[in-house]
Design a protein around this ligand. Sequence first.
Ligand SMILES: [Ca+2]
Ligand SMILES: [Ca+2]
Length: 686
Amino acid sequence: MTCRTWGQYNYETFDGLYYHFPGKCSYTLVRDCEDTSQSSVVIQVHNDPHCSSVPYSCARSVSLFLPWEGEIRLQENNITFKGQSVQLPYTIHDVEMERISQYVLVTQQHGFTLAWDGRTASVYIKMSPEYVGRTCGLCGNFNADVQDDLRTSYGLYTQDLALFGNSWMEVEPQQAWCPTVPSQYPSPCSILDPHTLLKVSEVCATLLEDPFKACHEFVSPLSYMASCSNDLCLSGPNGDVVCWVLTEYARACAHAEHPLDGWRKHIPQCEMECPADLVHRECITCCPASCNMDRMCIDSKLQCLDGCYCPEDLIYEGGRCVKASDCPCEYHGMIYPSGQMVQEECNNCTCLGGIWNCTEHSCPGECSVTGDIHFQTFDGRIYTFLASCQYVLAKSRNSGRYTITIQNSPCGPNLDGACIQSVNLILDEDPRTEITISNSGEVFISSQYRISLPYSDEVFHIQELSSMFLQVRVVAQGLQLQYNWREFRLYLQVDALWKEDTVGLCGTFNGNIQDDFLSPSGMIESTPQLFGNSWRVSSACVPSPSLPQLDPCDTHHQAASYAAEMCDILNQDLFAPCHEYLSPALFHRQCRGDTCKCGTPCLCSALAHYARQCRKQGVIVEFRASVSECAVQCPETMEYGTCVSSCQRRCATLSTPQHCGEECEEGCVCPLGTFYSSRTHTCVHR
Ligand SMILES: [Ca+2]
Ligand SMILES: [Ca+2]
């Protein structure tokens, strides 16, 4: 069932015919002779043209030619694909390569498994049942008939091993001419003196005794005794070769599902030392238990491999042996040990033996409006729309319970940008519960009364979360706004209860990114322009024309190199820890366009926006400390943080407790243990 070749010149066909063929060239081991389209693998072996005495120490390599893909070459411990060195595990289309103990295993589903032991240059090939009756080469026709295995490449059946073997010779490019093996080549033992010959047969007779006897009924020792004499006649009846020939029989037993466990203990010179943690095993399954759940075990795999490996009840993982319950988990390319918890949005996930177990809460949604002017919907669609009128950002689709609008106007030196003039939030369509925030951070209630912060009533809690962010919380409705008016960044969070019930520029909050461009008329619009204008409120304002969007760096090319250079920070080391979680590509594009239009303020806004989204993934990037243009000067006695809240840090909160959420944003606040005094405008101790 397994075709094998070892010690350069020993071969056994799939159907169990052993022969010794001293060819020193390249030969086809297996190919599909019924396949005219040449769409299956061809396996060749390259023997050492200069091999003289000890065949086991001679060079050897194996090639697998994958149709339409190229050549995999195995030589000692090196694996190359199309000439390039590859690291295992490695997959090429449906061919997988991995390392198990000292073997390299190449597996193709519905094809073959090839095991390569680079140390002894042994090859073991098992074909899947699809190949019955189809193969030819030095491995013979795989059809359970040992009689038809010696078939030449031109279809002649022969008993002449030289004729047979030479016919499968392959010419390697750039290789010197290789001599054919002469007909009636002598046995390696024919030149030995009778004394040595006797010694050889004594050593090889070991295979007839215990512990090998236990396998005789499953694997005949005769052909292995023949290979033993051939090998020992070539290299002398002592030394490592003795163990190698015995190992070969033990392997054949293991491949036949009758591993000779512990045979090496009976023959001390063949005992194997293993690295710490590992033990020597006769039968490591070719499909060992793995921490990685998506493994497939297929029928063309060999039964067993021998070598140093983890004890049976442990899993080989990251160079160590671990219990299944200790398997680590992967998250965004990072490995987490079992028991570790990570947060994904509002859910906690715990690694349990290689599997993440997550809570299943419905999470709030967040929409953002940043720069000039980029939107990210609740479901994560990102688009740019030069909104210059008043628009519905988000509202309840089924009720009038809340409506949030933004009022924009053209801005920038050339009036080619759009800026938020005010943000408006109205509950139950009632002007008494209406909040307006101006573009200078002033807050009005009922559209007319300016209020001072912090402000709290039964409905609204409004405060400066930090020196940079204003926050409006509507606890009963599950709504929150964080607005940095200096840096044109607005974040809107809505509770999971608004799922399936929001529309507007923030999109339909339902987990489906495809339907986010829903217009008030119920159509799903195709472009940001059509979609954006459909949510225009004021009829006094002309919709922005649907012109093709120009790259701002073409119209402001004096700023283009500055923008390119500075925004590239997003792609560099400073932000690298975040790249795995959130690709910087889109943020970079937005940064570049905005910075071309309005320079440093837009640059810092764009960097700060990406840094904030990274923080939400748990990656803190303190970019303001490294990018001096964006440094924040805190008022005296205050300090800067990337995630702060001033909520409990005001003198007034000492007498009247505040409703504080868990939110934080970047900016300056009073250091812990101090409180902001509205009288002195500084942080003071209690
Ligand atoms: Ca056959
Ligand atoms: Ca949606």
